[in-house]
Design a protein around this ligand. Structure first.
Ligand code: SAH
Ligand code: ZN
Ligand code: ZN
Ligand code: ZN
Ligand code: ZN
Length: 475
């Protein structure tokens, strides 16, 4: 199975319902191929069948024997994970060597077995920066890892500290957790929820939970979800915030569902009625998912801050890189409270009561700072809204479009585009309307890779091949 969204496949029910069968990665999700198409269960974590081959039609009759065999496979996998976890935890108490080939810390007794591998002794300082020691996962479809630059990670940390948060739930943000733990003051606590089990080598069970954010599944079972519960309880002056940076190839609906469940768990832990009624969250995702995210979690709003990554050639800090990052923060924390740094080109808009990119000029007609991509936009009086400044109003299409758009076909195409834009082919429409028929091939991945390729054309430096390869992957 390809990425479900690639095939116009939609998640029907994020929770999978009570009846959802389990694969080794927890309860599966129910998918639907095309509107009204046949439904099936598939793995929530792995978009690639090579990584998890589980497949079952919704109405399929599964024999007792097959059910038992399946349960056995799942049980063995879970056991394997648990044994591994315990083994790894004990490694920490001994002399430390790291095997780069196996991506694991070694017990003294294990050194021999890895003698032909690339191993290095690790210092205490290195143990505190696992994200520098571990090779970022580059699995194309399920969980490629893109690590924050120090600039972005420090921005997040400083913002959270100045807002008075004392406990940070790091969902898929290992580098943020690392930075928090490196703070000398020790005034901030953190808990990492991530599917990358390698992190279990570096953190205790109270600092790391092996977790699948697509189906809110704790691999460590009850004990593990209890760790989350106790972390979410605010005692005295404690204030909890969640920061999530999911893989961008991921489906929005199941993610939103998991985050709502975490928020609900948070609510259940608090004794007092005063204070915020919703758990403060920051969800890091590309700006072109804004409509989809707001549809799922209406209390969030998007900030102009551009998040960049160390190991992504396009979004690196630099001349061409940083300004082009499409990755933003979606948060229910009041926008005016999150101060975006002036020295990085942000300013405060008094009318909007939020910090915006300096090129994002306030429009008195629209009464907002309209730009999504950080570049300048301009108001079109015929369209009665702001558009990218590279667009021109087209008389025959009756709307704004790129100067070289396929002209004249505008009128009859109207309404077929969710975004109302004419600058792109329909299959690349950046706004996915879940309720309309979706053409085949209109995908998260394609939209994203198109965006990257566009950037690539602008970005003259760097190894073009590598960039193309990266661009073809979901972040
Ligand atoms: N920018 C972040 C890393 C983001 S990469 C940082 O610097 O800390 C996405 C992260 O989500 C990775 O750590 C990856 O292991 C994790 N991840 C991917 N799929 C996941 C899933 N299904 N459930 C939980 N975590 C997942
Ligand atoms: Zn090895
Ligand atoms: Zn404004
Ligand atoms: Zn305007
Ligand atoms: Zn116009």
């Amino acid at each position: 199975m390809e990425n479900p969204e690639t095939l116009g496949i939609e998640v029907v029910c994020p929770e999978g319902g009570l009846a959802a069968p389990c694969c080794p990665h927890g309860p599966t999700l129910l998918f639907e191929k095309g509107r009204g198409g046949r439904r099936f269960y598939a793995c929530s974590a792995c978009r690639d069948r090579k990584d998890c081959s589980f497949f079952q039609w919704e109405d399929e009759k599964v024999s007792e024997a097959r059910l038992r065999a399946r349960e056995e496979v799942n049980r063995l996998k879970q056991q394997e994970y648990r044994n591994r976890f315990e083994e790894l935890a004990s490694v920490l108490r001994h002399e430390k060597k790291f095997c780069d080939d196996c991506q694991m810390l070694l017990l003294p007794a294990e050194h021999g077995a890895h003698s032909a591998h690339r191993t290095t002794a690790v210092t205490a300082a290195q143990l505190r920066r696992p994200s520098l020691l571990l090779r970022p996962l580059d699995n194309k479809k399920s969980n490629a890892q893109y690590l924050f630059t120090d600039r972005s990670a420090n921005f997040l940390l400083d913002s959270l500290a100045s807002l008075g948060y004392t406990k940070v739930l790091c969902v898929g943000t290992p580098r943020l957790q690392e930075l928090i733990k490196l703070q000398k003051s020790g005034s901030m606590k953190s808990l990492l929820l991530d599917i990358d089990l390698r992190y279990a080598q570096f953190y205790s069970q109270n600092e790391f939970c092996h977790y699948n954010m697509f189906n809110h599944h704790f691999f460590g079972g009850e004990a593990s979800s209890a760790v989350l519960k106790s972390f979410l309880k605010e005692v005295g002056e404690e204030k909890v915030v969640m920061v999530a940076d999911p893989p961008f190839g991921g489906l929005v609906k199941p993610l939103a569902n998991s985050f709502s469940l975490i928020s609900q768990t948070w609510k259940d832990q608090q004794d007092s009625e005063d204070g915020p009624t919703e758990m403060p969250i920051i969800w890091i995702f590309p700006y072109f998912f804004e409509p989809r995210i707001l549809e799922c979690l209406p209390s969030l709003s998007m900030l102009d801050y551009q998040v960049d990554y160390d190991n992504h050639p396009l979004y690196k800090h630099g001349k061409t890189g940083r300004r082009q990052s499409p990755v933003r923060l979606f948060t229910n924390i009041s926008s005016r409270c999150i101060i975006l740094p002036q020295e990085e080109g942000y300013r405060f808009c008094a009318a909007c009561q939020r910090y915006v990119s300096s090129l994002n000029k306030h429009c008195s007609e629209c009464n907002r700072c309209p730009s999504k991509n950080g570049c300048e936009w301009k108001h079109c009086s015929s369209c009665e809204k702001c558009v990218k400044s590279s667009w021109k109003h087209c008389g025959s299409c009756g709307r704004c479009a790129l100067p070289d758009h396929p002209c004249g076909r505008g009128q009859n195409q109207q309404g077929r585009f969710s975004c109302g834009g004419l600058d792109h082919k329909r299959k690349f429409c950046p706004v996915k309307d879940a309720h309309k028929n979706k053409p085949k091939g209109q995908t998260v991945d394609k939209r994203f890779s198109r965006h990257c390729l566009k950037l690539k054309a602008k970005n003259k430096s760097g190894a073009a091949r590598q960039q193309k390869k990266m661009a073809a992957q979901p972040l």
